[in-house]
Write a protein of this length. Sequence first.
Length: 276
Amino acid sequence: MPSSSLQLALALGLLAIAAVHGAAPTTNAVNEWSNTPDANGVFTASGGEVTDCTADMDVFPNKAKVSFGNFSVEYKKTYKIVTNKGYTPVVKYLLWQRGCPKPADADDTTKYAASFEVPLRSVALTSSTYFGALEVMGERAALKLIDDFNVYSSSPCVHEQLDKGSTVLASALWEADLGFYTVPDATSGVKVANKKLNDLKIEASFASCSWDTITEKCVSYKSLPGLVYVADTRETTFYAQGEWIEYHGLFFNRESKVMDVTDMARERWLCHSASK
């Protein structure tokens, strides 16, 4: 029989293990990217996952607060629901944490336009406007595909990724049919699968909506894998438009980082306005 002191030590040790095992995270799980691409020009990501996830565990301790932008986020324990109110009709996306079970209704298309495991690790952009958002939050390496007419950028790092092949520049004709990237055949015009693009394993494509001048609504104009509409251009104030970086950040669990950025930008705006 162990002594009473040994029994106490064992009990305390078991309590310590129990406290760590299955403990809720203290910060949101985010991607940790390699500093340089591998031989194939690909940046690799680690982290971003939680272990021992339970249904009652709050895996998003860092939460965004939307004050001006025309979107919202509702946090559950292991997933969050993002609503784009600037698109017509309103669209909702379900984002569940890597390492946690996929919610039972995640694929319910009557509720959600799409569902994603977050943080995202491979995305496509149809507008260079969003380059800055990814760079600021530390997710530039997640950028895998850009429309060839939307590479207007002064970012040397984005151009380096293009040069090294970790980001692909492709014709704006690419779109999704039956879950695959397809492009028109040069001879027949018939759409065929594009292996190069499909090998990128794009998880989500961020695209601005198209403004219909007749209906005055923000509507779709293209079919893309895991389409995520952004309606920042429909905002009428600096505050509201600036908050859409938070919208992007929700898909990467970067709430803490982008909140710091928007707060700093808002503070500078107020300071300059007051000094006029």
